[in-house]
Design a protein. Sequence first.
Length: 117
Amino acid sequence: MFLQFLTPKFDPSLEQEFRDESVEEGTGQMDENDEEFRPFIRRLPEFRFWYKSTISTLIAIACSLFTIFDIPVFWPILLMYFIILFLITMRRQIQHMAKYHYLPFDIGKAKYQGGKK
């Protein structure tokens, strides 16, 4: 939910690609209104985000009060569950980073040496 709350409803990078392609093909119309202000519209509205967060927190607290929900969990299974959920959730963002060759870590990045004088 937090990821949906932070992302825009309309992806500006996709709109920019579509606009560039249509201008190159000659089908798009460029005028002075293309750069007008468009407000940030969230994919998940703030009220719905806080409502769902509050409900899920209350359910978690209620489940922790009763021993029937105290189920022993083998930690490797819990770790695999977390990794799978993370990859499913972040799939779009990972694809976007791969598309634009963005590497969040220093591993594999080109290192440029400044000119020696």
